[in-house]
Design a protein around this ligand. Structure first.
Ligand SMILES: C[S@@+](CC[C@H](N)C(=O)[O-])C[C@H]1O[C@@H](n2cnc3c(N)ncnc32)[C@H](O)[C@@H]1O
Length: 347
């Protein structure tokens, strides 16, 4: 976009006060905990954004930042379309007392050109969800509840934006829980069920776990191995309903995110029973799922999980230690349940 001389002059004046960083530096700082903030307009955000970014548009960032990020020493990296609006926003945050703010040079245009990970915005997600739903329905109507995952991963042809859940970031509800719980692996053995592209597995490895992760889709595992090639995660193609015997009762921490809800209701008990087998005695199990009231029947994919569904873990020898309901970021927020169990009885 062509900018007016006056706007360019305004930006030029504040440039010496702020720090601009490259895409590579942004990626590296983000990996070490910096928060990326997209300051563009709502409609630009809804067309797609940088993976892991949160959204606070230029119009509201000064109003909302203190409530959303009260720690003024937090490391923040702002980006906009090309680097000007984020520079102005960075200058204002500094005036408000934020000590560790940077502006990403080249903004969204440079991010896309560099091939850095992107998350689909609401505008594209709607179409992607509809397509996924159709593929799932056609497999499930033929009696195949899991074959559609391979079709979705394979059909995406390396583009995560074609997969509704694949945002190349660890699940944000899991991360929120992990931070509040001060999760630390200390060399313990973790297993990730239905790991998809492996970002939650990598998060666990970064927390100090020795991680095994599996998925029924060989395309997903091939892709995950490529993305996380510098990690020590053991990725396996495996079916939850037919897992190696030696995995049973053997993991200190089992993580399941969005797999129960992706399998039809007639498999609910079987799915929960299979997951229940994996934790070692005294091991922990963390479930992150879309939640629903007990008396509300899910209409279709994803088949949200009720407290009554989850109570089966208790029948299977687990004690519920913690249960949190977290609102999603959807226009009408969808609740997520985060449930932590401890295996107390071997069944
Ligand atoms: C909705 S996706 C969630 C993926 C990942 N956990 C995440 O949150 O991004 C469900 C995942 O479960 C996997 N899955 C479904 N049924 C499975 C089964 N029987 N055994 C192993 N993985 C399965 C799918 O291939 C898919 O990757």
């Amino acid at each position: 976009m062509d900018h007016s001389k006056e706007f360019e002059e305004l930006v030029r004046q504040i440039m010496p006060e702020i720090t601009e960083i490259s895409i590579d530096e942004t990626l590296s700082r983000k990996k070490h905990g910096a928060q990326l903030i997209d300051v563009r307009e709502d409609r630009e955000w809804d067309d797609g954004h940088a993976a892991g970014a949160i959204h606070m548009g230029r119009g509201v960032i000064e109003r909302d930042i203190v409530r959303q990020i009260p720690d003024k020493d937090s490391e923040l990296i702002l980006y906009c379309g090309g680097g000007y609006r984020s520079a102005l926003a960075a200058s204002n945050l500094q005036k408000m007392g934020y000590t560790n703010v940077r502006s990403m040079k080249g903004g969204w245009t440079a991010w896309k050109e560099s091939g850095a990970p992107r998350t689909a915005g609401e505008n594209d997600l709607k179409a992607v969800r509809e397509r996924t739903q159709k593929v799932a329905e056609s497999f499930i109507s033929e009696g195949d509840a899991t074959g559609w995952f391979e079709e979705i991963y394979g059909g995406a042809d390396g583009n995560n934006l074609e997969i509704p859940w694949a945002d190349l970031e660890p699940n944000r509800f899991f991360v929120e829980w992990a931070r509040s719980a001060n999760l630390s692996g200390n060399g313990r053995k973790a297993l990730v069920v239905g790991c998809g592209l492996g970002d939650d597995a990598e998060y666990l490895e970064d927390m100090g776990f020795r991680v095994t992760a599996f998925d029924v889709s060989s395309k997903a595992i091939e892709w995950a191995r490529e993305i996380h090639k510098d990690s020590s995660i053991e990725f396996h193609v495996a079916d939850l309903f037919n897992l190696p015997e030696e995995w049973k009762n053997s993991f200190d921490f089992v993580l399941e995110i969005y797999t129960i809800q992706a399998l039809p209701m007639n498999l609910r008990e079987k799915t929960i029973d299979a997951i229940s087998e994996l934790a070692a005695p005294d091991g922990e199990l963390l479930i992150v799922t879309r939640g629903r009231e007990d008396d509300v029947e899910p209409e279709g994919l994803p088949w949200a999980v009720s407290c009554e569904d989850l109570s089966r873990f208790e029948k299977n020898g687990y004690e519920l230690k913690e249960f949190t309901v977290m609102p999603g970021e959807e226009e009408v927020p969808i609740e997520r349940f985060v449930a932590r169990y401890k295996k107390t009885t071997l069944k």
